[in-house]
Design a protein around this ligand. Structure first.
Ligand SMILES: *[C@@H]1O[C@H](CO)[C@@H](O)[C@H](O)[C@H]1NC(C)=O
Ligand SMILES: *[C@@H]1O[C@H](CO)[C@@H](O)[C@H](O)[C@H]1NC(C)=O
Ligand SMILES: *[C@@H]1O[C@H](CO)[C@@H](O)[C@H](O)[C@H]1NC(C)=O
Ligand SMILES: [Zn+2]
Length: 236
């Protein structure tokens, strides 16, 4: 299976749409499939916005095909976080056939999984809930990203999701399944290195005040940012 997987990645260069769309198909477990898609999301983020490597894929997990892509596009529009960009990409690629995105969207959202390198912020988490994505998977947490020096709304997606109710406060039956920590080391490294220049004197003072010196020590010990991040041979 591994051989097939690596073979697909190489073929990906030449036959992008045909092979690449199914690049993570047929792996032995959900975990392996998640890691395969997360690798693509991370490479996408590192390739297109190395200073903010928030990369996102939305995948049809029934057919194992990538539906759309997103990367933090803050140069075009500050609000285009990776996940928001991916939702727009999906809506543009798959518009409602009847001009009614609410009742008849162009994608079957109940079979889509969203992969994103960093835990969705409340803005993007809300969109995943409104869209009715089946599952949301991420690498680094909101805390990991903030403690690396990047401003964050310090709320976890699980707490955003807890506020999602149908009328009369009934539970939302389409609440996405959440899973963090996929390819966490690689995502943590990417964010730690991307935000190096944000870590000045006031950052170190704040981390000390918050009792988070061990976090800094751990990151410095594990991640050297001198070399280019490890990219796999395929780039998208
Ligand atoms: C969707 O994303 C892909 C990958 O970045 C890009 O090539 C394509 O142009 C985008 N499509 C639209 C309609 O935004
Ligand atoms: C979406 O996919 C689910 C699961 O396969 C299926 O039950 C449902 O009918 C699909 N919805 C539409 C509108 O095709
Ligand atoms: C983020 O982390 C810094 C420490 O670097 C801390 O001072 C700050 O309060 C945190 N929170 C937000 C919302 O950025
Ligand atoms: Zn966001």
């Amino acid at each position: 299976m591994k051989v097939f997987y690596i073979g697909s990645l190489i073929l990906c260069f030449t036959l992008f749409n045909y092979v690449c769309a199914k690049v993570c198909d047929g792996l032995e477990s959900v975990r392996a499939t998640d890691e395969c898609y997360m690798r693509i999301a991370l490479n996408f983020g590192l390739t297109h916005n190395p200073k903010a490597p928030f990369g996102t894929l939305i995948v049809d997990h029934a057919t194992n095909e990538i539906s759309c892509y997103g990367v933090n596009s803050n140069k075009i529009n500050t609000l285009l976080h990776g996940e928001t960009a991916a939702f727009w990409n999906c809506t543009e690629l798959y518009p409602s056939p009847t001009n009614n995105d609410m009742l008849n969207p162009g994608l079957n959202w109940s079979i889509q999984t969203l992969y994103t390198t960093g835990e969705p912020c409340p803005m993007c988490a809300s969109q995943a809930i409104y869209r009715g994505v089946h599952r949301v998977v991420w690498g680094s947490t909101v805390e990991d990203i903030n403690y690396s020096g990047c401003p964050q709304l310090m709320m976890n997606m699980v707490d955003v999701l807890a506020t999602s109710k149908l009328g009369a406060n009934r539970p939302n039956p389409k609440a996405p399944i959440l899973e963090g920590g996929i390819l966490k080391d690689d995502c943590d490294r990417a964010f730690w290195c991307a935000f190096s220049s944000s870590r000045g004197k006031s950052y170190y003072e704040a981390m000390k005040k918050e009792g988070l010196e061990d976090f800094v020590k751990d990151r410095k010990a594990r991640f050297s940012c001198d070399s280019e991040p490890k990219m796999h041979r395929y780039r998208i």
